[in-house]
Write a protein that binds this ligand. Structure first.
Ligand code: PFF
Length: 466
């Protein structure tokens, strides 16, 4: 069967931007920033986006465009070894974890969208969020969000969503800029700006490793990197496109939206006297609801805002569902309908469980996803550096301009050696943290070096370009 492909350059960019820009920017980013020391987190996060996220995104593009397959099939076919296919299976676990909680948050967004028409949450933002966030009703809205996602993927009407992305992106930016301009003028907002932007060393000194894991996880999450989504999407790009140029464009646009969301949320939280770290996953909802209730035209604004955020959430959730669907279709010959239907049933159960159990939600949406994306990207980059090697350079340079071509070798070295060591260290620290084992940093560094060396030696073969 012929694979679908993007008809236009814009089609691919829109789909990839649609996947990247989502609840990760608008909801998860303020939550993670609030929980991990504000400005210190922001700085580490931005550094990781530039140094790890964008080069990693290009790694996924290279694999996807070369293989023309889903992540599992891509690793297996390019390496000619089933074993890499098993490594690729991690993306199926990641996809399952991702949409199980994302769909619950998507349900909250739909609920707020509907509630905006009547101003249901205006009067008591905090109490409202507490009342609706977990439980059977939350599960009901999760099912609604999931059903919409499933329908889009099943009916193959993704193009509709991509076109909607064209309208959505500028609308999100305009709404966020407007809200931020208003938020920063509120009494008490200055403390929020300080928390967010005035760099403080203290949190870094106290909690460096927690911040590192959270910032790395968030950077990958927001770019949709480490889950194989971008492998799947890039499998549809033509050879005449510059992967580097597209990757940078996606990285910049996406980061801009996240940083803007912070400029809305933090001034508002402080202006309303809400304890910033205590907001948890509700930070966005509570802060912004307060703004809409105070603003003239609050109903129209909030309908517009949550409407656009619903679109942003859907263009990301379809990309999450696309990973396991393309896996089942490519590798097992399932029809699209069967694959989508079966998976929706699985998510129905897993998402409902998450919607009923706040502790599980926090773990899955936070630490678990951070670890899975970090581990996933580690595997992809080792693959690019040590299995594809020279082929990765060829693919990287295909369709690229002079500037991009000049960085192909340093890029390969970075994604093959430097970034895997960084990701390995972050992963080890994170796993030790989950099991509450406290091992000296020096030992974690030693373990990283040893494991890194073992991986490099084990993967080395004559065609490795490194
Ligand atoms: N990047 C999306 C967001 O910021 O909402 C979330 C996401 C989509 C993560 C797809 C991972 C993924 F594979």
């Amino acid at each position: 069967m012929a694979r679908e492909s993007w008809n236009t350059r814009v089609g691919f960019i829109l789909a990839a931007v649609g996947s990247a820009v989502g609840l990760g920017n608008i909801w998860r980013f303020p939550w993670m920033t609030a929980e991990n020391g504000g400005s210190a987190f922001l700085l580490v996060y931005l550094l990781i986006i530039v140094a790890v996220g964008v080069p990693g995104l290009l790694g996924e593009f290279v694999i996807g465009r070369r293989a023309n397959r889903n992540p599992v099939g891509a690793l297996a076919s390019l390496s000619g070894s089933k074993r890499w296919g098993y490594v690729g299976l991690i993306t199926v676990v990641t996809a399952l974890s991702l949409l199980s909680f994302y769909s619950v948050v998507g349900g909250w967004i739909i609920r707020y969208f509907l509630g905006s028409f009547t101003g249901a949450y205006f009067a008591q933002p905090g109490a409202y969020f507490e009342a609706i966030n977990f439980g059977w009703e939350a599960a009901g809205f999760h099912v609604l969000f999931l059903a919409i996602t499933g329908t889009i993927v099943y009916a193959g009407v993704r193009r509709g969503i991509e076109i909607a992305t064209k309208v959505m992106m500028p609308s999100i930016v305009v709404l966020l800029v407007g809200l931020a301009a208003w938020a920063v003028t509120q009494p008490g907002a200055g403390a929020g700006l300080d928390f967010y932007l005035a760099f403080e060393m203290a949190p870094l000194r106290e909690n460096f490793f927690d911040i590192l894991l959270a910032a790395a996880g968030q950077a990958l999450f927001t770019l949709s990197v480490g889950a194989g989504t971008m492998i799947t999407y890039a499998s549809y790009i033509g050879e005449d496109r510059s992967l580097a140029a597209d990757g940078v464009a996606i990285g910049v646009t996406n980061t801009f939206v996240g940083v803007l969301a912070g400029l809305v949320v933090f001034p508002l939280l402080f202006a309303q006297g809400i304890e910033v770290g205590a907001g948890g996953p509700g930070a966005l909802f509570v802060s912004i609801a307060g703004a809409f209730s105070a603003l003239p035209g609050g109903v129209i604004l909030s309908v517009g805002f949550f409407g656009v955020v619903t679109l942003a959430a859907l263009s990301s959730s379809i990309s999450m569902l696309e990973i396991p669907v393309s896996y089942l279709v490519d590798e097992f010959g399932f029809s699209r309908a069967k694959a989508t239907g079966g998976l929706v049933l699985v998510y129905l159960v897993t998402g409902t469980y998450v919607a009923l159990t706040p502790g599980v939600f926090d773990f899955v949406a936070g630490t678990l996803v951070d670890l899975l994306l970090t581990g996933g990207l580690l595997a992809f980059l080792l693959f690019v550096g040590w299995v594809l090697g020279q082929t990765a350079i060829e693919e990287f340079e295909m369709g690229a301009g002079a500037i991009s071509r000049s960085i192909s070798h340093p890029w390969l070295y970075a994604v093959g050696v430097v970034l895997p060591l960084f990701l390995l260290f972050t992963l080890l620290t994170g796993i030790l943290g989950v099991f509450e084992v406290s091992i000296d940093t020096t030992w974690t560094l030693v373990a990283t070096a040893i494991l890194g060396l073992v991986a490099f030696v084990g993967l080395r073969h004559p065609e490795s370009a490194i």
